[in-house]
Design a binder for this molecule. Structure first.
Ligand code: ACO
Length: 257
């Protein structure tokens, strides 16, 4: 792909992706992602099916290129209960059916990178998610060796909640992915500072009980150990639920990086 030339003062704007972006969108996906996306996916994005999208364009570009995509983010909203992170969401019966936004793909063409465009695209997604009272967060998968993307998500306060072993299969090779979540509208990660304090207090309390129990009955020690262990799991990252993952991929019909 020929890299677009950047003016000294680019003027970056955001707009929804539309049918005239189809070819360019497919081309950028081909160029920057290691996996292939179905044409059904692109049709769905450009026709505004059930996929949300934001395009970044540089209005300062000449020769009719001022509306050409230089970056994009695509996302999908769905019921939180049907996702693989349903166990991390705090449910509030007053809010109706809770939802989550899932980022499908995010990309910026190479010559426009390191200008904060991806950050602004993600902010658009977060702004949209925050505008929906029942929405509890924004989440995504990223291949474990994609350092620029991982740095970006961490910098934007996404929490890495899982490592999924062999999540991606690229050219027959298995690659791990990280699952990042940005909690919103009162939801929070089970490893928030509050939970950490609760965990430390529980740990200290069980430690004290353990000493007391050792001085009294030996068989109680077993029970306390179990209690301590159970408390710790609240703050440890849960491991991959392969069955959930498989069903989510099958129902969505796409593979994501
Ligand atoms: N001047 C200098 N540096 C800047 C500026 C600026 N004005 N603004 C931001 N930066 C720096 C950031 O600090 C950051 O630095 P770091 O990587 O050292 O932490 C870096 O630029 C990147 O931040 P952004 O500019 O917001 O991100 P960018 O627009 O470069 O896009 C992305 C990042 C999307 C990962 C891009 O590299 C890309 O398209 N990669 C290929 C596709 C990809 O990996 N997509 C994500 C996969 S995950 C998924 O799709 C769910």
């Amino acid at each position: 792909m020929e890299e677009p030339k950047i003016s000294t003062r680019p003027s970056i704007c955001f707009r929804p992706i539309n049918p005239s972006d189809l070819e360019r969108l497919e081309q950028i996906h081909r160029d920057i992602f290691p996996i292939r996306y179905e044409s059904e996916f692109f049709q769905n994005v450009v026709n505004g099916g059930d996929i949300l999208s934001w395009a970044a364009v540089d209005r300062s570009r000449p020769d009719g290129l001022s509306d050409e995509l230089i970056g994009f983010v695509t996302a999908k909203i769905g019921p939180a209960k049907e996702t693989e992170i349903s166990d991390l969401i705090r449910y509030d019966s007053c809010k109706g059916e809770e939802t989550l936004v899932y980022i499908l793909t995010l990309g910026v063409v190479e010559s426009y990178r390191k200008r904060g465009i991806a950050k602004l695209l993600i902010k658009e997604v977060i702004k949209y998610a925050c505008s929906i009272p029942a929405c509890r967060g924004v989440y995504l998968h990223v291949i474990a060796h994609n350092s620029p993307a991982i740095r970006l998500y961490k910098r934007m306060s996404f929490r890495c909640v899982r490592r999924l072993h062999g999540f991606y299969i690229i050219n027959g090779q298995h690659f791990d992915s990280f699952l990042f979540v940005y909690f919103i509208n009162g939801s929070r990660s089970p490893c928030s500072p509050f939970d950490l304090v609760v965990f430390i207090l529980n740990y200290m309390r069980s430690g004290i009980k353990s000493v007391t129990s050792r001085l009294t009955m030996k068989h109680e020690e077993k029970g306390l150990k179990w209690l301590k262990c159970k408390d710790m799991t609240r703050c440890l990252l849960p491991t991959q639920n392969k069955r959930n993952l498989a069903s989510e991929r099958a129902s969505s019909g796409y593979d994501y990086v």
